[in-house]
Design a protein around this ligand. Sequence first.
Ligand code: SAH
Length: 417
Amino acid sequence: MKEQVSEKKTEGMAHCPVEKKCGGCSQLFLPYDKQLAKKQRWVEGLLSDFCKIEPILGMKDPLHYRNKVNATFAYTKDKKIISGIYQEGTHRVVPVDSCMIEDERADAIIRTIRGLLPSFRIKTYDEDTGYGLLRHVMVRVGKKSGQIMVVLVLSSPILPSKNNFVKALRKEHPEITTVILNVNDKKTTMVLGERNITLYGPGFIEDTLGGLTFRISPGSFYQVNSVQTERLYATAIDFAALTGKETILDAYCGIGTIGLFAASKAAHVIGVELNGAAVADARINAKRNRIDNAEFFVGDAGDFCRMLTGSTMVPEVVFMDPPRSGSSETFMRSVITMAPKRIVYISCNPQTLARDLKYLTSKGQYTVKRCVPVDMFPATEHVESIALLQRMSNTRSKEITLDVDMEDYHRIKSEGR
Ligand code: SAH
């Protein structure tokens, strides 16, 4: 979205003192209606060759929507502790006390943790020397449930005086429902390590979306904008035009949200997801909501789908919601072989969406019927889109070879990462 826009800063959606250094809210300087228009044009530029782009679904109240906040800690030259985020492309921490798009309760908790560190003699971790204990804090807020998870990401499993630390934190913030110690002892840019130790509460939070309750573990993906997620899923399910008779595939399913949303309108739901913890959540979420026509599998969506092509569990509708890098050739090839009547593609990157739609429509079996952008990330340069693909004929082809420009495919794939 590298467009030149001449609006003055004072006309923008909001003002943030670290807007330039942080870089996360690159569109904050624009009024919200202009941001929406710009995203609409961006998606149109990439996708209108496939179909007419419907008007973007924006937010009524586009501030403080993020339900997940990560903070990194560092010392200033005069030994004061700061918390915030890494300046884009660097290891320098930009101090952020309160952010225009983050949940305000989460920001307050992070400020309190920062204030507690000296009296508990907790040293912040230094990425270069590997010295120090506290690497990050992640806070997740159930926007509807009000439940709050605090994850302390430490370089070691031992937090001295951990009970007193949790007590002091909860004294300031009784709204916290669980505290987790996550061990990240590797030299990595990933926030979370693999091991979680629950210090307080159940070790997860629950939140409700569209009348269903979802369990969210520290490492599971959960859409960061809960208000827009309900609209995103409702629109995706509307696009699928389910009759109640279909077997549906929820590929890249995370904790099972889309499949479980659709389960009451389908005969059978199959979900697949790479992250084992998320699949465990998805299975519990099915039980928790008394949904007995959904099953979830751990694995690569492409491998799983290739296996499905040889089975009797062939879906009539496929929902696919891959990460920013888009889907894989194996997955899309297998989907075309299975020939579902509809494919609903939910994407957080219109560039990889355009690439994948080109692939999926390249042999003439599928055509893009509808496409709508959804503003899941106000003030940032990101935009979500939903595209509906419909099968052209009723004949299922068994052998399909696709002659898409694979060089183009791999180039965009690496850019999308
Ligand atoms: N549909 C879910 C999750 C979408 S995010 C929701 O709306 O919440 C994309 C998900 O794809 C993540 O959970 C990620 O773990 C998963 N993923 C990434 N690569 C994958 C792959 N190759 N196969 C299956 N799942 C994958």
